[in-house]
Ligand binder design. Structure first.
Ligand SMILES: Nc1nc2c(ncn2[C@@H]2O[C@H](COP(=O)(O)OP(=O)(O)OP(=O)(O)O)[C@@H](O)[C@H]2O)c(=O)[nH]1
Ligand SMILES: [Mg+2]
Length: 364
């Protein structure tokens, strides 16, 4: 009989590190005249009342960098388009962007810009045309028509005046009651989030997906990708010729997967929660879903047991186990985000839903 000491706490710490590294950071520049609705848009799209409660620090005279702990996003909030000497403002901004975007570290780059123009103004200023040209040299620019209620050909005009923009989106961040009592609901945010996702580099997509709160579909898609990677790794672990080592290899893979899914949903990544989650997969799920043998092997990974004693599991079983845990976790988070906004979901609720989900499956 072979024994291996196994430190679940350390495994989870490493999984969290890996997940955070893989997620990275996304940087978005949002420009527009005062009052066009930049802050309102930021709060409507991103988690945690980002524009209101985030920390802002000036990076140029007219640009603030906004960040918030736990959210892998930086917003560069740029004004100054309305001032007469905008050329001077733009030179300063361009120097700043040039410096950031030539950094060897992609996480420093500004990955996409939203250039906001209010539909109420029905006018595109010279400064906006100039700024679109300038930004397009460094990043994809998406034109955003804010406070949209009736187009009347304005989108077409904007498209002609900003030919370098990747797209022109019409959005409305708030509910709005018109003079005739007609109510306009928030609109266009889903499309804006989807177009933005297409515009940003692959390496920043998980960070964007985690930070936004509009598209659960984007979160699910990225999470499925994380499961697929973990399943491939598990097949290798199951095929390992060294007896007793399967579970030993499998748990870190699954820990990294569960941490990765948590990260891409934009949930808080804390160690004790992930330990509880992994323990739930082993004790609650493994025992009944995939049979006593695996359970006997995996249970020994739980703190208190401390050692692995067990036999080999097949590649297929290893893959099935990882798929089952990953998909159940995605289903859990999807179900909960239908009922609540992500930031209001507690770790306890996740754990309960996750365990119940397995219980229900086994009773069928
Ligand atoms: N109806 C409607 N009102 C909006 C919308 N977006 C913003 N507003 C309103 O417009 C006003 C200005 O919005 P902000 O989000 O503060 O504008 P801003 O671009 O951040 O302004 P500065 O920070 O001064 O540059 C606020 O009263 C918002 O409630 C929208 O989509 N629809
Ligand atoms: Mg603002």
């Amino acid at each position: 009989m072979q024994q291996n000491s196994f430190d679940l706490g350390k495994t989870v710490e490493e999984a969290i590190d890996k997940a955070l590294k893989a997620r990275g950071i996304c940087n978005i520049l949002i420009a527009g005249k005062t009052g066009v609705g930049k802050s309102t848009l930021i709060n409507a799209v991103f988690q945690g009342d980002f524009a209101t409660t985030g920390q802002g620090r000036p990076v140029t005279k007219e640009t603030r960098k906004i960040t918030k702990p736990g959210i892998p996003l930086a917003i560069y909030d740029t004004r100054g388009l309305e001032i007469k000497e905008f050329k001077e403002t733009f030179t300063e901004l361009e120097n700043f962007i040039k410096n950031e975007n030539s950094n060897t570290e992609p996480e420093r780059h500004i990955h996409v810009a939203w250039l906001c123009i209010s539909e109420e103004s029905r006018r595109v200023e010279d400064a906006e045309i100039e700024l679109c040209k300038l930004l397009s040299n460094y990043m994809p620019v998406i034109g955003v028509i804010t406070k949209s209620s009736s187009d009347n050909g304005f989108r077409n005009d904007v498209q002609k005046l900003l030919p370098l923009s990747k797209n022109i989106m019409r959005i409305n961040s708030l509910s709005q009651t018109l003079d005739d009592g007609h109510i306009i609901k928030p609109s266009g945010l889903q499309d804006l989030v989807d177009i933005t996702m297409e515009a940003i580099p692959e390496g920043q997509q998980n960070a964007f997906v985690a930070s936004q709160k509009i598209s659960m579909k984007q979160k699910k898609n990225k999470a499925h990708g994380i499961v697929a990677v973990a399943v491939t790794a598990s097949l290798g672990a199951g095929a390992s010729p060294i007896p007793f080592s399967d579970a030993f290899i499998l748990v870190p893979i699954q820990a990294t997967m569960l941490a990765g899914i948590t990260a891409v949903f934009g949930l808080d990544l804390n160690k004790s929660f992930l330990i509880a989650l992994i323990s739930a997969t082993v004790t609650g799920a493994g025992a009944t879903v995939l049979g006593k043998t695996i359970f006997t092997n995996l249970i020994k990974l739980i703190p208190g047991a401390g050692t692995i004693v067990g036999g080999a599991i097949s590649a297929a079983t290893a893959g099935a186990l990882t798929t089952a845990f990953g998909e159940a976790y995605i289903a859990t988070l999807s179900a909960l985000t239908k009922e609540k906004v992500i930031s209001d979901i507690t770790n306890d609720e996740i754990l309960k839903e996750f365990k119940d989900r397995f219980k229900r499956k086994n009773e069928k």
